[in-house]
Design a protein around this ligand. Structure first.
Ligand SMILES: O=C(O)c1ccccc1NCC(=O)[C@H](O)[C@H](O)COP(=O)(O)O
Length: 217
């Protein structure tokens, strides 16, 4: 790996968290547009957060969507200034391509990884997406398709060529992110639960520790 590992802080839903993430040097800000999530924001809330000027930095905003319709995406984009769409549902390669084409934004497809067969799916998606987010599958009975503090077997990625730029996600936290980067060669990491003091409530101290650990790896 060359250069500094990039970090995405996902599920930002209040001003103090936005400021802490920016001050600590996050490379991406993630907004969850999935109403059942405790981390969800409205497009208007995302717009207000993204307009905060206090930190002097405004990293690119990533919009997390779960099987959203064109109408829902258009509604979100009317208010929220997004640079990248993270598709975290059951979107097919064709649906990813259609969203990318229709909205003119790069797409990052989240894939749940548990076996080699899951990784093989990347070949079908690669022509239709700009990035991958390789995450754990939701545990049995989980109410959310992501953000469940669950890691997958990182050794599946060891020495593996990934056909697009990608982020590692799933169960990362300040204590394990350096090991995860070493084990997988990830050039970018994404975190939500591992920097929370309660579900949906981020902790600025953990945010700072996570970004420092990832950048030092
Ligand atoms: O965070 C949510 O509430 C969420 C809801 C629906 C789909 C995905 C969701 N989160 C995804 C993420 O935050 C991350 O991209 C990834 O799954 C890592 O989450 P975590 O294991 O909590 O760090």
């Amino acid at each position: 790996m060359t250069g500094r590992v990039q970090v995405k802080i996902c599920g930002i839903n209040d001003g103090a968290t936005y400021d802490a993430a920016c001050q600590a040097g996050t490379d991406y800000v993630g907004f969850v547009f999935y109403p059942p999530s405790p981390r969800a924001v409205t497009p208007e809330q995302a717009a207000m957060l993204a307009a905060r000027a206090g930190t002097g930095r405004r990293p690119p905003n990533v919009g997390l969507l779960v099987d959203a319709t064109d109408q829902e995406i258009a509604e979100i984009l009317r208010s929220a200034p997004l640079s990248l769409l993270q598709l975290h549902g059951q979107e097919s390669p064709e649906r990813c391509a259609a969203i990318r084409e229709r909205f003119g934004l790069p797409v990052m497809k989240a894939l749940g990884i548990a076996t080699e067969a899951d990784l093989a799916l990347m070949e079908a998606y690669a022509p239709c997406v700009d990035r991958f987010l390789l995450d754990a599958k939701p545990p049995r009975g989980a109410s959310l398709p992501g953000g469940n503090a669950t890691a997958f077997d990182w050794s599946l990625l060891s020495g593996r060529a990934i056909p697009r730029p990608w982020m590692l996600a799933g169960g990362l936290n300040p204590a394990n992110v350096a090991s995860a980067i070493r084990a997988t060669g990830a050039e970018a990491v994404d975190v939500s639960s591992g920097i929370e003091r309660a579900r949906g409530v981020k902790d600025p101290v953990l945010i700072t520790a996570f970004i420092a650990a990832a950048h030092a790896a």
